[in-house]
Design a protein around this ligand. Structure first.
Ligand SMILES: CC(C)(COP(=O)(O)OP(=O)(O)OC[C@H]1O[C@@H](n2cnc3c(N)ncnc32)[C@H](O)[C@@H]1OP(=O)(O)O)[C@@H](O)C(=O)NCCC(=O)NCCS
Length: 169
């Protein structure tokens, strides 16, 4: 698996995975605007055998890492791809002096909540009726102390970091 910066020509594949993953998917223009017009945004893709199998978009802003979007192609779930991308994002944020990460997730998104929880995120608030189609609450999750490997996740963190290092170089 490789992790590379997302470029414009990746967007067809990214938008396809996005539509497979969310009931209210980001549009191609939303990805384009993040890529071309948001100085706080970082976007990257993960590939297996040259095929894009996942992507992430995050902001490093106000001394926080905000995970804005993260998805893996359904046929590639549970292979550690999201873990590798999350570790990549956290390593970048730590290098920028950021120590805390935040995100919003649909309250019914059990797989994502399980993923983030085992990655050290904890629920800190609920935003009622935040999402549409279907209307539902958002859970606000936070992970503090980004630079310390989470005790419950140390082995996976190390494994994913190794994968990320193998990718970058
Ligand atoms: C959430 C998502 C990104 C996880 O991607 P992934 O590559 O499958 O995740 P990983 O393989 O790195 O999973 C790491 C760990 O997270 C937990 N986890 C991931 N998916 C899970 C699921 N469906 N059920 C329970 N736990 C899960 C497990 O602890 C897993 O470790 P294990 O496979 O050894 O048990 C993926 O399910 C996805 O793309 N979902 C649709 C988009 C989405 O909801 N994005 C998040 C929006 S905030």
């Amino acid at each position: 698996m490789t992790i590379d910066p997302l470029i414009e020509s990746d967007l067809d594949d990214v938008v396809r995975i996005e539509r497979d993953s969310f009931s209210v998917p980001w549009t191609r223009k939303m990805f384009h605007d993040e890529l071309a017009g948001n100085p706080f945004a970082s976007l990257f893709v993960s590939r297996e055998g040259g095929t894009i199998v996942g992507y992430a978009c995050y902001w490093v802003i106000f001394e926080e890492l905000h995970i804005m979007n993260l998805a893996v192609s359904p046929s590639h779930h549970r292979r550690g791809i999201a873990s590798a991308m999350m570790t990549h994002a956290i390593a970048h944020a730590c290098a920028c002096g950021v120590h805390e990460a935040m995100l919003e997730v649909r309250a019914s998104n059990v797989p994502a909540i399980a993923f983030y929880t085992q990655f050290g995120f904890q629920k800190i608030a609920l935003r009622e009726r935040y999402y549409s189609n279907p209307v539902e609450d958002a859970m606000i999750l936070r992970r503090r102390s980004l630079d310390t490997v989470n005790a419950t996740h140390s082995i996976d963190d190390q494994k994913a970091l190794h994968m990320t290092k193998a990718v970058s170089g």
